[in-house]
Every structure is written in structure tokens, then in C-alpha cells.
Design a protein around this ligand. Sequence first.
Ligand SMILES: Cc1cc2nc3c(=O)[nH]c(=O)nc-3n(C[C@H](O)[C@H](O)[C@H](O)COP(=O)(O)OP(=O)(O)OC[C@H]3O[C@@H](n4cnc5c(N)ncnc54)[C@H](O)[C@@H]3O)c2cc1C
Length: 291
Amino acid sequence: MKPAPFSYYRTRSVPETVARLAELGDGAKILAGGQSLVPMMNFRLARPDALVDVTRIPGLEYLRAGPDGLRIGALTRHRTVELCRDPVVLDGFGLLPRAARWIGHYPIRARGTFGGSIAHADPAAEWCLLAVLLEANVVLAGPAGARTVPVSDFFEGFYTTTAEPDEMITELHFPRAARHAALTEFAQRQGDFAVVAAAVSVDLGVAGPPRPGAACRSVRVVLGGVGPLPFVVDTGALGGQPAAAATWRAAGELAAAQIDPPADGHGGPAYRRRLAATLVERALTEAAAAP
Ligand SMILES: Cc1cc2nc3c(=O)[nH]c(=O)nc-3n(C[C@H](O)[C@H](O)[C@H](O)COP(=O)(O)OP(=O)(O)OC[C@H]3O[C@@H](n4cnc5c(N)ncnc54)[C@H](O)[C@@H]3O)c2cc1C
């Protein structure tokens, strides 16, 4: 299928984009990597009157570490994150390149952008899960200037966010590093969206793998593929528990007991619960062993 007719604009700066979006009204959409929007247009699931192509705006592709955490420009490609090996950038954020490899196939990772994935708000998307896991902030530019929104106030449901039609995401800000963190998932074919994905972090109070007898200060678990939003598991019961296999298994069961996942062609609620339990246990085992 081909998309319905639309007008096309290319902008060269964020202010020009915002002005163009405001002028065009609700029928206009930003075009970034096009890896979600274009397939949706081809299937006529989206019919924007106008596309505003932001891919030539300079200066929005970066991973920048600073005293207040890590900042990722909206136009940063998935592949750029995957290939990042800068030890300064990755200090406490090694999870990001490890997670990137789960996103689609190589051509999708080479074109799709970080900001586009957050704007698209698929509840199984890897960047959406990590943004929730690491309590990121979304930086938006609009007609009234810039604003920063905690991701917990940004995602509203399946493919919906609190961004206004005339706002553009310019940056993701990750204020807190997570040394012991991992993301794992299950999809029926390589490159597909996850049926269930688990993103986890564990605070062991020290760098490196847990020492014998060490306890978890806290555990954070976020699941994708189990509802309209990334699901944050209540892990209060795990604080102070031994940093050991039995705790990771218990965390998996805790997660499975808290979710009420949907049924679809990939599996029913009971199947997704068992997947969640297995993936959480697996992810926590990997996270605890992270250097
Ligand atoms: C076969 C296939 C498999 C895939 N598998 C995965 C997967 O496993 N995991 C995964 O996470 N993704 C997957 N994707 C989606 C891919 O990651 C997309 O790149 C991503 O969802 C959207 O990013 P984009 O830059 O391509 O955005 P686009 O497709 O250009 O835009 C998506 C939406 O976001 C809006 N938008 C884009 N940028 C901005 C911005 N800066 N500010 C405000 N709004 C903006 C657009 O208007 C549009 O509504 C897959 C895609 C395909 C085709």
C-alpha cells in the first residue's frame, strides 16, 4: 500500500519546526527516522495531512555525559547508541548499547531515532522501557519555549503521550546511572517487537558483581508487552534480600503476580505471566553480574 497524499516540509532548526507545526495544526506530524510513521501511513493507520521532516536539523544527534547524568539528542539513531563505546558516556549507562541490539533489524536501527521511539510510545519499545526504568526526563520544545517532563508524566497509553501537536522532543535526560542493569526479552522472530520484555536494575551499593552475603538495597523492574504502558513492578518486598539467585526467582514471581496481560495472537495472559517471571529472573541475574 502507498500512503494517502500529504504535503511535505523540511525544517532546519527546532524553532522553525515548532513554528511550522503550529501553522499546520493537528493534521501535521514530525517525520524523524520514519520507521514507525511510514509503515503506519502505508497501512493507512495514520493519515497526516503534512509531514515536517526534521532529519536535517543539525546538533540533535549526541550522547553527552555530564555532572547531571546522560543526555541523548532526539535525532540520535538507535545504531549510534548501539555502537557507542565511549567510557565517559557509558559510565553507569552500559545498559543502553546492550539493549539497542534488541531493536528491530539493522536498517531500522540505522534510521530510527531515540526521540522518535519515545514519541511513538509503544509500550514494548526498548527505549520507552529504559526511560521508565531509569526515570528519564523528556525535553520538549514548543511555541511557549522548552519544558521538561518526567517520563512518568509523559506516556499516557498505547502510542499516546502528553506532548502537544506543535511540540518537538529535543532530548532525553537520564539523571541517574544504573551500573547493575539489564534488558532482556522474547520475540517469536528476531527483530520483532517483544512479546514480553523485562528491564531491571538492582542497587548493590558497590560496583562489580555481588560479594558473598551481599544484600540488595533496592530492585527496579519494568515490563513491556503486558499492557498499554510500561509496567512498573512493586518490588518493595525485595529490599534487603540477599543478592542471590533465589531473590531473582522471587522477583520474577512477584512480577508475574502483579500483571494482568492481554491476550493476542502471540499468547494469552498465563503465557505472558510465565514469560515475565522467566525474563525478570534472567535479567536480574545478568544485571547483578554486570561489571
Ligand atoms: C519491522 C520493524 C520492527 C521494529 N522493531 C522494533 C523493536 O523491536 N523495538 C522498537 O523499539 N522499535 C521497533 N521498531 C520501530 C523503530 O524503533 C522506530 O525507529 C521508532 O519506533 C520510531 O522512531 P523513528 O525515528 O523512526 O520515528 P518516526 O517513524 O519518524 O515517527 C514516529 C512517531 O513519532 C513522532 N516523532 C518522531 N520524532 C519526534 C520528535 N523528535 N518529537 C516529537 N514527535 C516525534 C512522529 O510524528 C510519529 O508520530 C520497528 C520498526 C519496524 C518497521
